[in-house]
Write a protein that binds this ligand. Structure first.
Ligand code: GLU
Length: 428
């Protein structure tokens, strides 16, 4: 079966297989101890919960929720919670593993976790979402905690969701515990600069890769797939750094103008639109395209910032961008990666490019523990530092070993986790 056929069958399973393939490749290159490899291939804890929720009309719907902790070798598990119909144990497992490598690569003292509920949140009212979130928090509360596993936002969850999680956990424990979750609103102990952190990290990654290729930002055109939190903030920060955003897309389709788009106007449009999408947006010079067409546009940089498995062997051949900076988790399949490499396209991998979110989540956790909060300038300066050091580690290691950036990122990340496992030893 080709990976395209596998995708159609069970997207989560193929995503997990891809994550495992990437670990295996790094482990082989590192000559990793087979015992440690066996341990890192599996999740240390997976919880599946059933969530009965009373809907507004009085009937009860039962949703399935998940929380997976890949390892706790380098610190508590850390990772977002996703609300999407595609959520499955396999998808959440792959995402938890990616979080382990991401936290390791940017050197924050966390390991990987991830959670989610299989639901289309657009179908639910605000009250239904709140009841579902509280029930989910209650159900996973035995295995989360500020020193155990710290959730955060991911696809279709946000500050509002984190407020409900924080409040529910505080009620269960009988005490306020602001470090239980990150991505909270600033008024509930969140960090300044968290909301746009992933997008800023993507923009810093674009800047770093272009700098090394000797290309000024001002001369580059960029297409961004996805216009949620990551896509919107990536586009804003990339435009602010001088590059021209020529295309963006969301579930309603793609919007292209080779002369450049007005990202602020588009973000405002989404805010006031009934569907919370770009549907119906139009300005002079704008063409509407499909999400697939956006990936294949002539541009310098492509930022996939939507879902996993977007660049596959079915379309990799047609990609014209010279650089791909992965805002989403797992947007490129291994087969596609090989094709891109053959074409000389440089890929900045997800575990580096979208790590800005978890870096500022770490800052939020630290600030919550201290009870002392930083200015937005302090947050941004420190985020730049973490991202630039990690980029440099990855780039330099890749040059020494003569391997592409994804492989060097994985080798560095896996080695650090393997060292931690070896130092701890196997219990008992
Ligand atoms: N969901 C984000 C990610 O995939 C952020 C996770 C976090 O801050 O813990 O990196």
């Amino acid at each position: 079966m080709t990976s395209v056929e596998m995708l159609a069958k069970n997207p989560g399973a193929s995503f997990l297989a891809n994550a495992q393939a990437s670990l295996t490749k790094a482990a082989q290159a590192l000559n990793l101890d087979p015992n440690i490899f066996a341990l890192l291939r599996t999740n240390s804890r997976s919880l599946i919960v059933s969530l009965p929720v009373e809907m507004d009309d009085g009937h009860v719907e039962v949703f399935t929720g998940y929380r997976v902790q890949h390892t706790t070798a380098r610190g508590p598990a850390k990772g977002g919670i996703r609300y999407h119909p595609s959520v499955s144990l396999e998808e959440v497992s792959a995402l938890a593993q990616l979080m382990t490598w991401k936290c390791s690569l940017v050197n924050v003292p966390f390991s990987g976790g991830k959670g989610g509920i299989a639901v289309d949140p657009r179908r639910l009212s605000e009250n239904e979402l709140r009841r579902m979130t509280r029930r989910y928090t209650y159900a996973i509360s035995p295995i989360i905690g500020p020193n155990i596993d710290i959730p955060a936002p991911d696809m279709n969850t946000n500050e509002r969701t984190m407020s409900w999680i924080s409040d529910t956990y505080a009620i269960i424990k009988g005490e306020s515990n602001s470090e239980i979750v990150t991505g909270k609103p600033v008024s509930l102990g969140g960090s300044l600069g968290r909301i746009d952190a992933t997008g800023l990290g993507v923009a810093i990654s674009v800047k770093e890769v272009l700098k090394r290729a000797g290309k000024p930002m001002e001369e580059c055109t960029v297409a961004v797939q996805g216009f949620g939190n990551v896509g919107t903030w990536s586009a804003r920060h990339i435009a602010e750094m001088g590059a021209k955003i020529v295309a963006v897309s969301d579930i309603s389709g793609g919007y292209y103008n080779p002369d450049g788009l007005d990202i602020e106007a588009m973000a405002d449009y989404v805010k006031q639109s009934k569907t919370r999408t770009l549907e119906g947006y139009s300005t002079p010079g704008l063409s509407t395209i499909t999400n697939e067409e956006l990936l294949e546009l002539p541009c310098d940089v492509l930022v996939p910032a939507a879902m996993e498995n977007q660049i596959t062997e079915a379309n990799a051949d047609r990609i014209q961008a010279k650089f791909i900076v992965e805002g989403a988790n797992g947007p490129t399949t291994p087969e596609a990666d090989a094709i891109l490499q053959e074409h000389g396209i440089i890929v900045v991998p997800d575990i580096l490019a979208n790590a800005g979110g978890v870096v500022v989540s770490y800052f939020e956790w630290v600030q919550g523990r201290e009870g002392f909060y930083w200015t937005v300038d302090e947050v941004r300066t420190r985020l730049h530092h973490f991202m630039e050091v990690a980029f440099d580690d990855m780039y330099t290691f890749g040059q020494h070993r003569n391997v592409p950036l994804r492989q060097s990122a994985m080798m560095l990340a896996v080695q650090r986790v393997a060292d931690a496992v070896a130092l701890r030893g196997i219990f008992p």
